[in-house]
Ligand binder design. Structure first.
Ligand SMILES: [Zn+2]
Length: 197
C-alpha cells in the first residue's frame, strides 16, 4: 500500500511520506482537476494580536468567546467536556478541524495518541515563558495532551511530535493554525490561530 501512496505523492508534487493527509488529498484533487481548493486562512501575527487592534480584539474579552460542541469526546483533566469556549472568529475552524481529525484517525487512534486530551483554550494569562500575554488570553490558542507534551519537552519525547501525528498537524495547519512544536520544538501541546511573524 505505502509504496503506491508514495508514488502518487511524488507524482502530484507533495512530500512522499506515505501519509495521506490534507495536503496529499488536495494535491490529488488538483491533479485530477476536481479541486475545490479551500484556501488556508491567513490569521494575524502574534504582534498584531498583542496590539489589540486585530480582528481578535482586545485580550480578556469573554464576549468574543463562543461555546462549541466537540465532534468527538474530549477529556479535560480526566473529565469529559461537553463544550469548549473559543474565540468566535476561529470557532468554525476548530469545529471543522476536529471533524477532520475524527474522520482521519477514528476513535481508537485518537485515544491512543492523546488527541482527546484537551488542555484548555481561553485563559487570561502571560505565556509560560512569562512577560507578554499568551494567545490563550484571546481564546485563539488550544492545548492538547498537556501532560505528555509539557512546555520544555522536545521531539521525540513530546508525544505529539511523532510521525503518526503528522496528519493532526497538517489538519490544523490547513486551517491556518500554527504549532509551536513544529515551528520551534517546544510547547508541543499548543496550537494557535496567530502567526509567529
Ligand atoms: Zn497553549
Amino acid at each position: 500500500m505505502k509504496p503506491t501512496i508514495r508514488r502518487i505523492q511524488h507524482k502530484v508534487g507533495v512530500a512522499a511520506d506515505g501519509i495521506v493527509g490534507p495536503r496529499t488529498l488536495s494535491a490529488i484533487s488538483r491533479a485530477l482537476g476536481i479541486a475545490d481548493t479551500p484556501t488556508t486562512p491567513l490569521w494575524p501575527t502574534q504582534a498584531e494580536v498583542r496590539r489589540g487592534t486585530s480582528r481578535f480584539g482586545r485580550p480578556g474579552n469573554e464576549e468574543m468567546l463562543t461555546a462549541i460542541t466537540p465532534p468527538y469526546p474530549l477529556l479535560y483533566e480526566g473529565r469529559p467536556v461537553s463544550s469548549i469556549r473559543v474565540h468566535c472568529a476561529i470557532a468554525t475552524h476548530v469545529q471543522q478541524a476536529l471533524r477532520e481529525v475524527q474522520a482521519h484517525y477514528g476513535s481508537e487512534a485518537i485515544h491512543r495518541l492523546g488527541l482527546d486530551l484537551y488542555g484548555g483554550c481561553y485563559n487570561y494569562r502571560p505565556t509560560s515563558a512569562g512577560g507578554a500575554l499568551s494567545m490563550h488570553a484571546w481564546g485563539i490558542a488550544l492545548d492538547f495532551s498537556p501532560d505528555a507534551n509539557a512546555y520544555s519537552y522536545k521531539a521525540p519525547r513530546a508525544t505529539l511530535s511523532i510521525p503518526e501525528c503528522e496528519a493532526w498537524w497538517q489538519i490544523w495547519e490547513s486551517h491556518g493554525a500554527v504549532s509551536l512544536g513544529r515551528e520551534r520544538d517546544y510547547d508541543w501541546m499548543h496550537l494557535q490561530f496567530a502567526r509567529l511573524s
